[in-house]
Every structure is written in structure tokens, then in C-alpha cells.
Design a protein around this ligand. Structure first.
Ligand code: SAM
Length: 279
């Protein structure tokens, strides 16, 4: 393999020197091929005016690519202390453009960390916390949120749930929530062999553009309705919504939703109208 164009050492050397053997408990599957990390960075679009918030930089492959493609600034939050010294070497190569935060992205105040200016979230997410992180970003208040776009990598199965349309067997709570406020698109797959260590499944990069005018509702109500409806996805709505509405048949009729329909056939707009009918 040829030497990396950024003049920094190959990632294998970085990992060996800093003794960053991957830990499953931290969802660590590293991408060591800088051509692939460059492909993800390019997929995030023009970053020259943006602060990129990267969750889980690990040994810094994607971080290096984000900086190489011209991100104005990267704020990278990493939980594994072993990675921090390696990331400081990247920061030294790009003076003033990389800020490294040692911390937990689930509890950190990411909006404050990212600071002012247009913010994009770009990450190869740790699989064990990818869904809670995404749900947190999708349910942010106030809306529009602190970021203007997200380009994120998930296990393919999660990506499929995010973009699933009504009628699809993978359509569920996550898809409704994601499609309510954003327009998620699957961009490309990355095979297991590209990672060290190899996961069992394929990964997929998903781009989330924010909807200009999402239907008015609240994330809390929408989550209550989808939890009830998809909690019993094979049941008719007049049955599955019993815990939420005193008379589900009456509520459904008032919203022009046929009471014998099931959760998996309802559009996002119909879920929003049900959420807004909650007290
Ligand atoms: N970005 C690197 C790459 O593409 O090779 C590493 C990606 S790896 C799938 C996920 C990274 O997230 C790991 O470095 C892991 O230590 C880190 N991580 C796991 N949980 C985290 C959390 N709660 N907050 C911040 N980082 C976390």
C-alpha cells in the first residue's frame, strides 16, 4: 500500500504504536483504508464552511479524510482514552482545525461542543449506541436543531429500517421518526472485510437532509403513538391504540383513517395526525 497522502503514518502503524486493539464493548470496528474514509468524507458534501462533529474518531481514519477534503473545522468526541494521543498527532498536522474531546457522546452537550456556525454530523457510529444517538439527534428541541445535515454509517439492517416505506416489513418506529423530520437516503454499502476487526454484517452510509418544513408535532407524542401501534404491528389500529385513546375507533374516524388498518400501512403524515390527536 502506498504511503498516505497526508504525510501521517498508515493507520495500522498508528494502532500498533498506540496499542489500540479494538474493543467490542466500545463498538470498535476500524476502517483502515483511507480511500474508503475519503469516500465517506466526500459523500458528506462541501464541508469548507462547516464544523464537522465526528462521534467516535477512534484512531482517526475518517477524521483525517474529513480534514483532507477541506472541512473548515472538526470536533471529534471519543470515549476511548487510548485514541486521544493518536488523534493529537492528527491535530498537529492540521493546526487549529481539529478539536479533540474525550467523552461520551450519549451524555455530552454536543451542540455546545460544536459551537457556532453551520454544523454537520459525520460518523462511523459505534454499533452498540448508533440507534440511541440517532434518536437523540432526531428528537432534538428546538427544531431546526444545532446541525444542518448528517452523514452516518450504520449496520445495513438499521439503515434499511431508517429509510423503509410504509408496507415494507422493516418500516417501524425508527423510520417514522427519521422520515418525519429528515429525508434519509442510503448512499453506499461498505463490506465487512473493510473493517478491522471484521463485523458479521455489511454497513451502509446514510445521508440525512433536514426537511424544510416538517409536519408540526412533538417527538414525544409521535414516539408514544408509534410505540403503541408498532408494539402490536399485526393488530388493527382500533385494537393497538387502546392504551392511548379512550375510543380509538372514534379518533381514527375523525382523522379519516380506516380503523382496521395496521401500523405498517400508515404513512408518516398519518402517524403525525394521530400524535397530534393525543391529549
Ligand atoms: N471512526 C473510526 C473509523 O471509522 O475507523 C472508528 C469507528 S468505530 C465503529 C466507533 C468508535 O466510537 C470507536 O472509536 C469507539 O471507541 C467510539 N465510541 C464508542 N462509544 C462511544 C461513545 N459513547 N461516545 C464517543 N465515542 C464512542
Amino acid at each position: 500500500m502506498s504511503a498516505p497522502a497526508d504525510g501521517l503514518p498508515p493507520l495500522r502503524d498508528v494502532i500498533a504504536r498506540h496499542e489500540i486493539a479494538a474493543r467490542k464493548s466500545l463498538g470498535q470496528n476500524f476502517l483502515l483504508d483511507l480511500n474508503l474514509t475519503a469516500k465517506i468524507a466526500r459523500a458528506a458534501g462541501d464541508l469548507s464552511r462547516s464544523t464537522v462533529l465526528e462521534v467516535g474518531p477512534g484512531p482517526g481514519g475518517l477524521t483525517r479524510s474529513l480534514l483532507a477534503v477541506g472541512a473548515r473545522r472538526v470536533v471529534a468526541i471519543e470515549r476511548d482514552v487510548r485514541c486521544i494521543a493518536a488523534l493529537h498527532e492528527v491535530a498537529a498536522r492540521y493546526p487549529g482545525r481539529l478539536e479533540i474531546v474525550e467523552g461520551d457522546a450519549l451524555t455530552a452537550d454536543l451542540a455546545t461542543l460544536a459551537g457556532a456556525g453551520p454544523v454537520r454530523i459525520v460518523a462511523n457510529l459505534p454499533y452498540n449506541v448508533a440507534t440511541p444517538l440517532l434518536v437523540g439527534w432526531l428528537t432534538a428541541e428546538p427544531w431546526p436543531p444545532f446541525y444542518e445535515r448528517m452523514t452516518l454509517m450504520f449496520q445495513r439492517e438499521v439503515a434499511e429500517r431508517i429509510v423503509a416505506a410504509p408496507g415494507n416489513k422493516t418500516y417501524g418506529r425508527l423510520g417514522v421518526l427519521a422520515q418525519w423530520r429528515t429525508e434519509p437516503r442510503m448512499l453506499f454499502d461498505i463490506p465487512p472485510q473493510a473493517f478491522t476487526p471484521q463485523p458479521k454484517v455489511t454497513s451502509t452510509v446514510v445521508d440525512f437532509a433536514l426537511r424544510a418544513a416538517p409536519l408540526a408535532s412533538t417527538a414525544g407524542k409521535l414516539e408514544r403513538v408509534t410505540a403503541a401501534a408498532f408494539g402490536q404491528r399485526r393488530k388493527m389500529l382500533r385494537q393497538s391504540l387502546r392504551g392511548l385513546f379512550a375510543d380509538p375507533a372514534e379518533t381514527l374516524a375523525a382523522l379519516n383513517i380506516v380503523e382496521t388498518r395496521r401500523a405498517e400501512d400508515l404513512s408518516v403524515a398519518e402517524f403525525v395526525s394521530l400524535a397530534n390527536a393525543l391529549a
